[in-house]
Design a binder for this molecule. Structure first.
Ligand SMILES: C[S@@+](CC[C@H](N)C(=O)[O-])C[C@H]1O[C@@H](n2cnc3c(N)ncnc32)[C@H](O)[C@@H]1O
Ligand SMILES: [Zn+2]
Length: 272
């Protein structure tokens, strides 16, 4: 946990400012949160993430490192360059998972990088692989960050809490929200269709909902198809919640040689 991030945190219990004493973060009421050796801290005590497992995030990391999402990283970086003027912006990655986007988006630009997620194992992976960023276990419904502290709120394939996002964003700050479209990983869904209720994913109504909650500055579709190795297909099948409940031992993935990434990126701003 880096000092520039500690100064932006608030206690999830009483909402008072937190400061570091030794290996703990404390508020004025002495609510205490221990910083782990790896640097992460649990600011959602008693809350448990359901469904997401460490294995899913290990496979996600393998897919990310395989470059499958590099064009998405570029698109997010481009959006930040177009819309964020601050010399050293504060980027908050809400539902950061194992932290790939937190550490890789505009990796060369000086930023205060903060990632949080409800899944402890994911946050530990993130903290371990990135000493330049700060990571904590936190709940979207009670983000343990001060009001008006962030320039960019990144939300990649994670539920949005627009009330909390509006609170933590500075005036003029932007949300960059990514969500899957109908073609996302279509080859995997096709291979597993016997076990899926809907082989076709219809995509959410994220754009309309986002537009009803904030002023949309831009919307982009990010769509491409890449060749993938057998090893990467193995991880792709294990990294996506879309195949949750599917018995992968019974899915023949041998015919999957390419994979489609199909996403929408919405960039928005709150007008108060
Ligand atoms: C599909 S994953 C995306 C993770 C990461 N953004 C990525 O693209 O790899 C969705 C994430 O949302 C997190 N999440 C779900 N509900 C949450 C909540 N209430 N507070 C914080 N994180 C939450 C999950 O733990 C999970 O890591
Ligand atoms: Zn407190």
């Amino acid at each position: 946990m880096r000092q520039e991030a500690v100064s932006l945190l608030r206690c999830p219990i009483c909402k008072g400012a937190l400061s570091q004493e030794g290996n703990s973060l404390l508020c004025a009421k002495r609510h205490c949160f221990d910083v782990a050796r790896q640097g992460d801290v649990n600011l959602a005590p008693g809350r448990r993430a359901d469904f997401y497992t460490k294995e899913l995030f290990v496979s996600r990391a393998a897919v990310f490192e395989g470059g499958v999402f590099d064009p998405v990283i570029e698109a997010i970086g481009g959006a930040i360059e177009r819309h964020v003027r601050a010399a050293q912006p504060v980027l908050v990655d809400a539902g950061c998972g194992e932290g790939y986007y937190t550490r890789r988006v505009l990796a060369e630009r000086a930023m205060t990088r903060i990632g949080f997620d409800l899944c402890k194992e994911a946050v530990r992976l993130a903290a371990r692989s990135d000493k330049a960023g700060s990571y904590f276990v936190g709940d979207l419904a009670n983000i343990p960050l001060e009001d008006a502290c962030a320039d960019v709120l990144l939300d990649v394939f994670t539920p949005a809490n627009y009330a909390e996002f509006a609170r933590v964003l500075r005036p003029g700050g932007v949300i960059v929200k990514l969500s899957p479209r109908a073609g996302y990983l279509v080859q995997l869904r096709e291979a597993a269709k016997d076990q899926l209720r809907h082989a076709r994913y219809e995509g959410g109504r994220v754009e309309e909902y986002a537009a009803s909650r904030m002023q949309v500055l831009e919307t982009r579709e990010i769509t491409y198809t890449l060749p993938v190795s057998e090893a990467l297909v193995w991880h792709l099948a294990r990294m996506t919640p879309m195949l949750a409940g599917v018995d992968l031992e019974r899915v023949d993935l041998s015919g999957v040689r390419e994979i489609t990434i199909d996403e929408t990126m919405v960039v928005g701003q709150f007008t108060k």
